[in-house]
Design a protein around this ligand. Sequence first.
Ligand SMILES: NC(=O)c1ccc[n+]([C@@H]2O[C@H](COP(=O)([O-])OP(=O)(O)OC[C@H]3O[C@@H](n4cnc5c(N)ncnc54)[C@H](OP(=O)(O)O)[C@@H]3O)[C@@H](O)[C@H]2O)c1
Length: 242
Amino acid sequence: MSFPFAAQPVLITGASSGIGFACAQTLVQAGARHLLITGRDADKLVTAQAQLQQQGARVDVCVCDQSLRDDVERLLAFLDANGWPAAFIANVGVNPVHEHGPKKLHSIDVDLLDQVIATNITHTVLLLSRILKAMRVQRSGSIVLMGSQAWQHGITGQALYNLCKSSLTGLKNSVVSEYGGSGIFCHLLSPGVVLNERTRRLRQHHPALEQQQGVTEAEVASAALQLLCIQDAARNGQDIAV
Ligand SMILES: NC(=O)c1ccc[n+]([C@@H]2O[C@H](COP(=O)([O-])OP(=O)(O)OC[C@H]3O[C@@H](n4cnc5c(N)ncnc54)[C@H](OP(=O)(O)O)[C@@H]3O)[C@@H](O)[C@H]2O)c1
């Protein structure tokens, strides 16, 4: 599959490991020549950068903890300096269950609520907003929002994650309504249980999850690539489950 934004910058947030890194590898294999990647840990980012550059791409990295407004502002300045992306995979999405364990709604901590919403929603929308501004000028661009199937099942103990991921449907539809006529595409990609580090502990406790529904990071990345390649206006706003 030939990648339509091969010569332009592509931003993937949370791409030093996991699904984001798999997306970066897949895009480079498809011909992407300039990636911008983010993560919290500078060492991990540099390692990822070296691996991707070995495959022949220019890779610029920016340390950005997406829970922090100052970091996101720094990322915006970095984009201004290195080139606004023609394609964007909004991949960062924290689930406090992994760090704090399951918590039902009656026991949710309001500071954690603020932090999860800042990371997954407020700062995703802030980034998206500024990137759309640049894409509008170019009258071109493609965006993939990384969703999840978890909220559709209302999985217990992770209401914060469920509410963040469910909101991406409205965000995607709004981008398509407001910018679809300006040559800008936006799609939602919703993986099930991905067989990776993030879900390792979960899968150990629930082996059936892996056997029945598991997908690989490479399969998610391949779906992201296919979505970014869509150039047919009639197919804008795809909502894909993998
Ligand atoms: N794994 C699944 O089963 C699954 C299923 C459905 C949807 N998803 C979605 O897929 C996306 C990626 O998930 P993943 O499975 O690859 O695991 P992940 O652990 O969320 O992703 C790892 C990457 O995200 C970065 N990252 C984590 N928190 C960050 C933050 N606050 N700010 C900036 N970067 C951050 C990590 O960098 P550092 O290591 O430097 O922090 C690393 O590069 C998420 O949106 C997730 O909700 C995952």
